[in-house]
Ligand binder design. Structure first.
Ligand code: RFL
Ligand code: PHB
Length: 394
């Protein structure tokens, strides 16, 4: 088989790239190691920046997101038992975010891909990338007991943090930066009405909690937990009781509980690999970088990488220019590092770090107090939360 762009990974990054390339008349095949239902079972992001919505619009896959997504103009910070609203819309001169689940984005992209008759190979085993430092890269994989080779002009590594693409780059050609946090997030999804119509980010001395949603009748909640906790030891009742402990009295009274549809623990990590291009191999999304979820930036960064990569390939095929390809890594990394900084900062501010002691706790409270009472500080938070433009400082 031959294609112009071989995409490894059918998560949101790979599927969105496939959709955008199709709009520009560029041929792409996606190779995914899992089944569609497995990909859809991963409950992850919930907050989409305007930049991401714009890319979904350009890919022609945003109709359901506009119809069913919830536009949010603000969110709340809860500390010392009080909630404080950050009015993103007013503070940023009109920006907002869309609350719409990653599962739904993925489903919309899968449906559009199937409707357009585009090729996705699911359940591909032993996927390997070869010769990306030469003129004719290849992706090899096994399917139904047979070995297949996909020859291409470029490989897009959209295969997530544990994928094969970054791992195939010689160690000397890549530099990585990492911080692992000493806690994880226990997430619970339930068909209950959200505790309030906006997200609540709660800082308490019992740990962080987040109240989010997937619509008016489905809620997504998270608790900071020690990395040693096991999800099977957290009953639904224990989850709801602990969440109550971390909320203010009004939210506690409004909290509706119910059986969980899904519960899982995710470790928190900051990670960046530099550069993001190796010859004809381009990394995008979680394959190149990870942010802790506090800033809601992971999926949005995956989308902006893909936006730059789409432009690079469109320049190459349609305008015979290599400029986008040559600047891809630098352009992505600039936006990535800003989101890394914001996600690290917001994580450090909101979580409980036992090792920093009572002084550390006081510093967090003083910063939160400043943040909600200084318009300049609130604006900085709001500006980062809604997402920086793709061509900032250009
Ligand atoms: P994905 O989603 O991991 O998809 C990668 C795909 O590649 C496949 N794959 C392979 N395929 C072929 N061969 C191989 N060798 C392969 N190895 C892997 C995988 O099966 C998979 O299908 O990466 P992608 O596309 O870069 O997307 C990134 C996002 O999924 C991620 O950044 C976000 O979910 C992060 N995130 C959030 N991001 C936001 O923007 N807003 C949020 O509100 C938000 N909340 C979150 C989050 C992540 C969370 N967890 C669980 C880490 C909340 C949580 C709890
Ligand atoms: C989510 O709804 O899953 C979500 C929302 C905001 C975050 C992280 C996750 O910061």
């Amino acid at each position: 088989m031959r294609t112009q762009v071989a995409i490894v990974g059918a998560g949101p990054a790979g599927l969105l790239l496939g959709a955008l390339l199709h709009k520009s008349g560029i041929d792409a095949v996606i190779i995914e190691q899992r089944s569609p239902s497995y990909v859809l079972s991963r409950i992850r992001a919930g907050v989409l920046e305007q930049v991401t919505m714009d890319l979904l619009d350009q890919a022609g896959v945003s109709a359901r997101a506009h119809a069913e997504g919830l536009p949010h103009d603000g969110f709340e910070l809860l500390f010392k038992g009080q909630r404080h609203r950050i009015d993103m819309h007013a503070l940023t001169g009109g920006s907002r975010v869309m609350v719409y689940g990653q599962t739904e984005v993925t489903q919309d992209l899968m449906d559009a891909r199937a409707a357009a008759g585009l090729t996705t190979v699911y359940e591909a085993a032993n996927v390997q990338v070869h010769d990306f430092d030469g003129a004719t890269p290849r992706v090899k994989y096994e399917k139904d007991g047979q070995t297949h080779t996909l020859t291409c002009d470029f490989i897009a590594g959209c295969d997530g943090f544990h994928g094969v693409c970054r791992a195939s780059v010689p160690e000397a050609a890549i530099r990585t930066y990492e911080r692992v946090y000493p806690f994880g997030w226990l997430g619970l999804l339930a068909d209950v009405k959200p505790v309030t119509h906006e997200l609540i980010y709660a800082h308490t001395d019992r740990g962080f909690a987040l109240c989010s949603m997937r619509g008016n009748t489905r809620s997504r909640y998270y608790l900071q937990v020690p990395l040693t906790d096991k999800v099977e030891n957290w009953s639904d009742d224990a989850f709801w009781a602990e969440l109550r402990n971390r909320l203010d009295s009004e939210a506690r009274d409004n909290l509706t509980t119910g059986p969980s549809l899904e519960k899982s623990i995710a470790p928190l990590r900051s990670f960046v690999a530099e550069p993001m291009r190796f010859g004809r191999l381009f990394l995008a999304g979680d394959a190149a970088h990870i942010v802790p979820p506090t800033g809601a930036k992971g999926l949005n960064l995956a989308a902006s990488d893909v936006g730059y990569l789409w432009n690079a390939f469109a320049d190459f095929y349609n305008d015979k220019s290599r400029a986008g390809i040559d600047t891809y890594s630098d352009r992505c990394l600039r936006r990535v590092w800003r989101a890394e900084r914001f996600s690290w900062w917001f994580t450090s501010l909101m979580h409980h770090f036992p090792e920093t002691g009572a002084f550390g706790q006081k510093m967090q409270e003083a910063e939160l107090d400043y943040l909600v009472n200084s318009e300049a500080a609130s604006r900085s938070l709001a500006e980062n939360y809604v997402g920086l433009p793709m061509n900032f400082g250009a």
